[in-house]
Every structure is written in structure tokens, then in C-alpha cells.
Design a protein around this ligand. Structure first.
Ligand code: GDP
Ligand code: MG
Length: 300
């Protein structure tokens, strides 16, 4: 199937799932594509099945990269976890990038039969590690394993062939408005992701009612030269009872959220931070237009 590889003219938004074993270079690729150090774990607002690794927005498109969380599981569980991810990626993504290391054996490529109907590109990463003439036979060997939409050799580290990769997957994003507010990302990228990380921990540590009743706002974000950066976040809930659950006995539950979030935030920004969490009750915040607006949701 031949497709126009120009970046299309209507605004496009969509999800791109990255599938691949640990160390094939997924994070490096995301960092190179997104253009800033931001290969982080955050929840996608619509579902909690995937994590957003990074978002690449321009005036013309918004490409949201989804992670394969199972790669963090112990080795013996890896295959099963990856297969689960492949299944859910097949449901949610508009296009799938299967990343391999140039040194991998094409015979080991996982069975991608479950992806029928979804476009899958095979991305052979780290081509800087082999002589150029070896890339073609390798691509041919992969082509025999699965009916890939395309096979693209790249070097995420050296930035080789990334423009071509980008122009290929962009044509698969559906026309439509951005899923994430662009201003928010371009103006306060770190703030936005910090709030998402805290939200993610709340999803992780509490049962359903709590996460769906909370909103996280970053109220203070101070970068400090000689001291740790200071971040204050306000967790807004709807009822006093929820506040109690969030905080836990002697503050233990909230402390857990704080320390897990702090670790991820520090990994994201590569600096130490001082994180303070405050829980506030605003009755029925979900039904209030103006509150929603001030939290960045706009009118619903
Ligand atoms: P992930 O586990 O899939 O996210 O892989 P990472 O992005 O963390 O990369 C794993 C290792 O491979 C790191 O040491 C990277 O520097 C290295 N790496 C990633 N991309 C390339 C590449 O294009 N060429 C080379 N030579 N190394 C790479
Ligand atoms: Mg990684």
C-alpha cells in the first residue's frame, strides 16, 4: 500500500504504541522524537491501561506515544506481559512501532498475529552499530517474519532516519483536535507531567472511587539554584471522607504517594525536589464548570 509520506494538512492526533524488549532504545527514541527529556510514565486520561511516554505536538499534529508497561516485570514474565501489551496496543493505538535492536535475531520477533488490521512498522534501531551494507539483508529477513507496513532502520542515539520514521507514522494519525491541551504542554511541560505522575500514584495506591474523585493541581513550582526544586501540589477531592482515606493513618498513605511520585519526578527532571502534597475538599468539584475550567478541563 503506498501512502503519501508528506505530513498531512488537517490537524491530526493519535496514539502510537511502542512495543519492544527492554534496552532496544524506546526511551532514547522517544526523547529524540519529542525533543526534550521526557520519556516518563503518566496515565492516559481516557484509560489507565497505557502510560503516555511522551507527547510530540506541533501546530499540525499531536503524536502521543504509549508505553509497554509490562517490560518492567521480571524476565520470566516478560513474554506474557508483552503479549498482553500487544493485545491492548492493538485496541488503542492508531499505529504501532515494533522496535528491535540491530543485533537481535529476526527469528526471535514475537508473533504479531493478534495485531491484524493495525499498521505495524518495524523499527530496527542502533544501525550505527553495524556496517551500512548489513542493514538491507536484515530488513529482508524481518520482512519474511511478518507483513510489516514498513521497515525502517534508524539510530535513535545519532538521530539517523528519524524524520523519515516520523513522516511515516504521522500519516496514520486520524484527523482531529489534540487530546492534550497544547498550550499546557508547551508552556508548562514539566508541571503538567508532574501532576500526571502524582495522579498516576493515586491510581496505583487507592481503589477506584478515590482516583476518579481527585484532581491534582501544581500550585508552586520553584526552581532553585542551590537548593532542591520546590513543588507544592494540591490534591482536590469531593468529600471529607475521601480526604481521610487519601491521607491515611498518621499521614502514612499520603506519604507513600509523595515518596513514589518524588522518585519519578526526580527521574524525569534529573534533579532532586522537595515535594509537598496538600489535600483539599471541594464539594462536587466535578460538576462545577468554573472549577473544571480552572483545572484545565474546559467546558464539558
Ligand atoms: P529502552 O529500555 O527500550 O527504553 O532502551 P533505552 O532507550 O533505555 O536504551 C538502552 C541502551 O541502548 C542505552 O544505553 C542507549 O544509549 C542505547 N541506545 C539506544 N538507541 C541507540 C542507538 O541508536 N545506537 C546505539 N549505539 N545505542 C543506542
Ligand atoms: Mg526505557
Amino acid at each position: 500500500m503506498s501512502k503519501n509520506t508528506e505530513i498531512p494538512s488537517p490537524h491530526r492526533s493519535g496514539y502510537i504504541a511502542l512495543i519492544g524488549k527492554p534496552n532496544v532504545g524506546k526511551s532514547t527514541l522517544i526523547n529524540a522524537l519529542v525533543g526534550q527529556k521526557m520519556s516518563i510514565v503518566t496515565s492516559k486520561p481516557q484509560t489507565t491501561r497505557h502510560r503516555v511516554l511522551g507527547i510530540h505536538s506541533t501546530d499540525d499534529y499531536q503524536a502521543i506515544f504509549l508505553d509497554t508497561p509490562g517490560v518492567l516485570e521480571p524476565k520470566y514474565k516478560l513474554h506474557a506481559a508483552m503479549m498482553r501489551n500487544v493485545h491492548s496496543a492493538a485496541d488503542d493505538a492508531d499505529v504501532i512501532l515494533m522496535i528491535v535492536d540491530v543485533r537481535d535475531d529476526p527469528k526471535d520477533v514475537m508473533d504479531l498475529g493478534v495485531l491484524k488490521g493495525k499498521p505495524v512498522f518495524l523499527v530496527i534501531n542502533k544501525i550505527d552499530l553495524i556496517p551500512e551494507k548489513e542493514a538491507l539483508p536484515l530488513a529482508e529477513a524481518y520482512a519474511e517474519m511478518y507483513n510489516f507496513e514498513g521497515i525502517i532502520p534508524i539510530s535513535a542515539l545519532k538521530g539517523a532516519n528519524l524524520d523519515r520514521l516520523k513522516s511515516l507514522f504521522l500519516t496514520y494519525l486520524p484527523a482531529g483536535p489534540p487530546f492534550y491541551p497544547k498550550e499546557m504542554i508547551s508552556e508548562h511541560p514539566v508541571r503538567f507531567f508532574v501532576a500526571e505522575i502524582i495522579r498516576e500514584k493515586i491510581f496505583e495506591f487507592y481503589s477506584k472511587e478515590i482516583p476518579y474523585s481527585t484532581q491534582v493541581n501544581i500550585t508552586v513550582y520553584k526552581e532553585r539554584e542551590k537548593k532542591k526544586d520546590l513543588i507544592d501540589a494540591e490534591i482536590v477531592v469531593e468529600r471529607n471522607s475521601q480526604k481521610g482515606i487519601l491521607i491515611g493513618k498518621g499521614g502514612s498513605a499520603l506519604k507513600r504517594v509523595g515518596s513514589a511520585a518524588r522518585k519519578d519526578i526526580e527521574a524525569l527532571i534529573d534533579r532532586e525536589i522537595f515535594l509537598q502534597l496538600h489535600v483539599k475538599v471541594r464539594e462536587g468539584w466535578r460538576n462545577h464548570d468554573n472549577l473544571l475550567k480552572s483545572f484545565g478541563y474546559g467546558k464539558q
